[in-house]
Design a protein around this ligand. Structure first.
Ligand SMILES: Cc1cc2nc3c(=O)[nH]c(=O)nc-3n(C[C@H](O)[C@H](O)[C@H](O)COP(=O)(O)OP(=O)(O)OC[C@H]3O[C@@H](n4cnc5c(N)ncnc54)[C@H](O)[C@@H]3O)c2cc1C
Length: 395
């Protein structure tokens, strides 16, 4: 990463236009977009980059279209993204293969680093290994953020603060009136990457093992490693003792090839997945990506949604740099709700049906016997929604 290091004291002495919290796809893309528009942007990330992230690591056509519309059409292929052609679902010992053209598999280490590098090249100042939290009291003209880096703390301020800190962040814990509601019974996520794994898990295919208490998605990455991203009932992981055993059990239940010593892999977990934050905008504050809301990942739309929310929030943040008004808050709430509704509607329905064995079997049989219907569903999930979002109007 070509980037001059920034000390937190330096970050605290500069009047920023925007401070963006979290350097995942949402934060990196929005930062870059703001910098290209001439804004002075600080991107703060609590981890050292590149970093791992629990994810299925599949970018669908929708995500690629958003990147393309931002002039980043070659980014994923330049990083060696593996073309995806097929969705292979297993349930109760039977499996079906459905065409799924146009997506790419790419490790989150590479993808997120590539996006951050693009942001830095556009002029964004990147501050990694720094925990950021929004200060409780806003000023009329600015919003301030506390930065904590290896035992040192400083306060930085900006005209607009964007929270793109993903699931379960605590960046707003001191700000009254903002809440995150996790859906009752929400599943938890888990993931790991294996150096090899059985050859049955071929490249170019999303292998999805579905069980009664969770599902596991497996995909080959650009370097041949096997990426696993899973969602489990919380009680199931607890009863199995750890996510590797839960994943082995789901693979066996689905009739997928076993993976030896899966329990010894380096698993990471997430908090409850399905959640919603309220409000998604307040005085000089905007929430985007998973930080604003998320639905269980079965249809793999998370990154598309995060990127689209970054793209869609950019005009609102830019308008807020000139002059903030409550109308901007209302505009972002409305736009965000429509963005999430468009992308997550089918995902909600599918994940709910997977929890009911009978309905899951009916959906599976439908996919097997009526491929046209399943292809319509895949098209719906995969389709680019960019055109609807390219010309937002700001109040
Ligand atoms: C099991 C699983 C499988 C998935 N599979 C897919 C898939 O195949 N395809 C897909 O498109 N999506 C998938 N997703 C969803 C996808 O991972 C997310 O939707 C996407 O990463 C959201 O991007 P984001 O930028 O909003 O947040 P993130 O990518 O989570 O980035 C947030 C960043 O903020 C940082 N951060 C957190 N708190 C702070 C703080 N206080 N200060 C500074 N930095 C902070 C974090 O370290 C992180 O780097 C999956 C998710 C799960 C759980």
């Amino acid at each position: 990463m070509n980037h001059r290091p920034l000390a937190i004291d330096d970050a605290a002495s500069v009047p920023w236009d925007a401070i963006v919290l979290g350097a995942g796809p949402a934060g990196a893309l929005l930062s870059r977009r703001l910098a290209i528009a001439g804004a002075r942007v600080l991107l703060v990330e609590k981890k050292a980059f590149p970093r791992r992230k629990v994810c299925g690591a599949c970018l669908n056509q929708d995500a690629l279209e958003v990147l393309g519309s931002e002039g980043l059409e070659t980014l994923v292929d330049d990083q060696g993204g593996v073309p995806l052609e097929m969705f292979h679902v297993g349930l109760g010992g039977r499996s079906v293969r459905l065409p799924l053209p146009g997506g790419r598999a790419l490790s989150r280490e590479r993808f997120d680093l590539a996006l951050v590098t693009k942001a830095i090249r556009a002029g964004v100042d990147f501050l990694p290994e720094t925990l950021a939290s929004v200060e409780p009291t806003p000023n009329p003209a600015t919003r301030s953020v506390r930065l904590d880096q290896r035992g040192r703390a400083a306060i930085a301020w900006a005209k607009v603060v964007v929270v793109a800190a993903g699931l379960g962040h605590r960046a707003l814990e001191h700000v009254s009136g903002t809440t995150t509601r996790v859906a009752p019974g929400s599943r938890v996520g888990a993931g790991c990457t294996l150096e090899d794994g059985p050859d049955d898990y071929v490249p170019g295919v999303i292998h999805m093992a579905v069980g009664g208490r969770g599902y596991v998605g497996l995909v080959r990455l650009e370097d041949g490693r096997l990426n696993l991203g899973a969602a489990f009932d919380r009680g199931f992981v607890r009863s199995m003792g750890e996510p590797g055993l839960a994943a082995s059990s789901v693979l066996a239940e689905a009739g997928f090839p076993a993976i030896v010593r899966l329990d010894q892999a380096d698993w990471q977990g997430t908090p409850g997945l399905t959640r919603r934050s309220r409000p998604v905008s307040a005085h000089r504050l905007v929430l985007i990506g998973d930080a604003a809301g998320y639905v269980e990942p079965f249809t793999g739309q998370g990154m598309a949604c995060a990127l689209a929310s970054a793209r869609s929030a950019a005009p609102i943040v830019l308008a807020g740099l000139a002059s903030w008004s409550p109308a901007l808050e209302r505009a972002w709430s409305a736009r965000h709700a429509s963005l999430l509704g468009r992308r997550y509607g089918l995902c909600r329905a599918l994940t709910a049906s997977l929890r009911r064995p009978l309905i899951a079997r009916v959906v599976f049989n439908l996919a097997t016997w009526a491929p046209t219907i399943s292809q319509m569903m895949i098209h719906h999930v995969n389709r680019p929604s960019v055109l609807a979002e390219t010309s937002p109007t700001c109040p």
